[in-house]
Write a protein that binds this ligand. Structure first.
Ligand code: C2E
Ligand code: MG
Ligand code: MG
Length: 393
């Protein structure tokens, strides 16, 4: 059995327990705490639901019918699951503690193990605590997170559509408070922008990405890394010098670094942006227009900016099979980009169908969950080690 609510929420609880009454109770608790909740009673259902549902917290029964929860821990570890896991069991403390430690040794975020029967208040408190931390990060909490190294960078490859080879990776920042689910940038970037913390965060991201570039270079592969720059960073005339100084300090070749900025960011103050972007180019960095198609760019302004790449916003890619216009827009953007001398990347390639469709176009490269999800550097290395371009043709 697998029950889910249809609306996608920020807080998603996935339960596995072979007792349907317990599933119902946990579903009720989850929903009362504001979680979209999915319950499963079989391992196979859990595995398929996990992939589509992307839970932000998991409650796991240690024994499921004739099988055991350890199998699930192994599965979650293989999936590099970062969601916190609450273990629930009728077994005594010793068995629970052993399984709990095993989960930790698999690199999983085990938060606690609870004895059955269910303590409703304990579970509610856990869920509410996680949600509070996530829902309302304050400026103080974010500042502390940046200085306490709670930020992590994930990397998502960009893949050449003709050769299926990796042409670069995009760094994407995440916030991982200890024992809480990983937070995506949508939750904290605007807070960082409004509070001025964006500068501190951006420099953390840049230094982290530079260090990673050196680590990969030392391992024998030089990869082009793209770094997102908030539009608010384009107000600072010192930015090109600061980034250049960092590249020199970290011994990073700037031609391997691309800064992505959204068209809206560039267009709000075109002259200032032009000054900053041109100097970044002169210092050897490349530049990309991110989320293209969502703003109202003046093409005359845009084509004078020193970009080398244009990224088609994923809202178009995701709608290709729903709205006919989306494909027409994509093809027009590709043509426009090429006419302006830019490489064109399509974001949001979630399915093989979309990948195949893009192959019929002149688009240069693509990024998306179908090709590879964003992942931590070590996981990316493993993925890269097994990546066979032939599998994507
Ligand atoms: P973006 O730069 O356009 O990044 C691409 C986003 O699309 C990422 O979301 C990525 O996880 C997501 N994505 C990749 N493939 C697919 C797919 O197939 N389907 C769908 N639906 N989504 C896909 P993420 O990591 O949540 O980042 C969201 C935005 O946050 C980024 O959009 C970027 O604007 C911003 N961001 C991320 N990292 C940083 C950073 O270090 N600094 C700044 N200032 N902004 C950042
Ligand atoms: Mg980007
Ligand atoms: Mg984008």
């Amino acid at each position: 059995m697998s029950k889910t609510m249809s609306k996608i929420a920020d807080h998603r609880l996935l339960v596995i327990d072979d007792d349907t009454d317990i599933c119902d109770l946990l579903q009720e608790i989850g929903q009362s705490c504001g979680y979209e909740t999915a319950t499963t009673t079989k391992i196979t259902d859990f595995i398929s639901t996990f992939t589509s549902f992307k839970p932000t917290i998991i409650i796991l029964d240690l024994s499921i019918a004739d099988r055991d929860g350890i199998e699930i821990l192994r599965f979650l570890s293989n999936e590099s699951c970062r969601s916190p896991i609450v273990m629930l069991s009728g077994y005594d403390e010793k068995v629970r503690a052993t399984a709990f430690r095993l989960g930790q040794s698999y690199g999983l975020e085990m938060i606690t193990h609870l004895q059955k029967p269910i303590d409703v208040t304990a579970i509610k408190n856990l869920l509410l605590k996680g949600k509070k931390e996530i829902l309302s990060p304050t400026a103080e909490r974010l500042a502390k997170a940046i200085s306490d190294f709670e930020m992590v960078l994930h990397y998502q490859p960009k893949i050449n559509i003709k050769t299926s080879k990796v042409v670069g990776v995009e760094s994407l920042v995440r916030w991982k408070p200890a024992a809480y689910p990983i937070m995506l940038p949508d939750i904290f970037i605007s807070l960082a922008e409004h509070t001025g913390l964006i500068k501190q965060l951006t420099y953390w991201v840049v230094k982290e990405a530079f260090q990673q570039w050196i680590k990969w270079k030392d391992k024998g592969f030089k990869v082009k890394i793209s770094i997102n720059l908030s539009p608010t960073m384009l107000n600072d005339l010192l930015l090109p010098d600061d980034l250049h100084t960092l590249a020199v300090q970290y011994k990073v070749d700037p031609t391997y670094i691309c800064f992505e900025v959204t068209e809206a960011g560039v267009m709000s103050r075109p002259q200032l942006a032009m000054d900053i972007l041109t100097r970044l180019r002169l210092k050897g960095f490349s530049l990309s227009i991110d989320d293209f198609g969502t703003g109202y760019s003046s093409l005359t302004e845009l084509h004078r900016m020193p970009f080398s790449e244009l990224k088609i916003d994923r809202s178009f890619t995701l709608n290709v099979f729903k709205e006919q216009e989306a494909w027409t827009i994509i093809r027009s953007i590709i043509e426009l980009g090429h006419n302006l001398g830019l490489k064109v990347t399509a974001e949001g390639v979630e399915t093989q169908e979309m990948w195949k469709k893009l192959k019929t176009s002149e688009c240069d490269s693509a990024q998306g969950f179908f090709l590879c999800v964003p992942m931590a550097a070590t996981d990316y290395e493993k993925w890269y080690g097994t990546h066979k371009p032939a599998n994507y043709s």
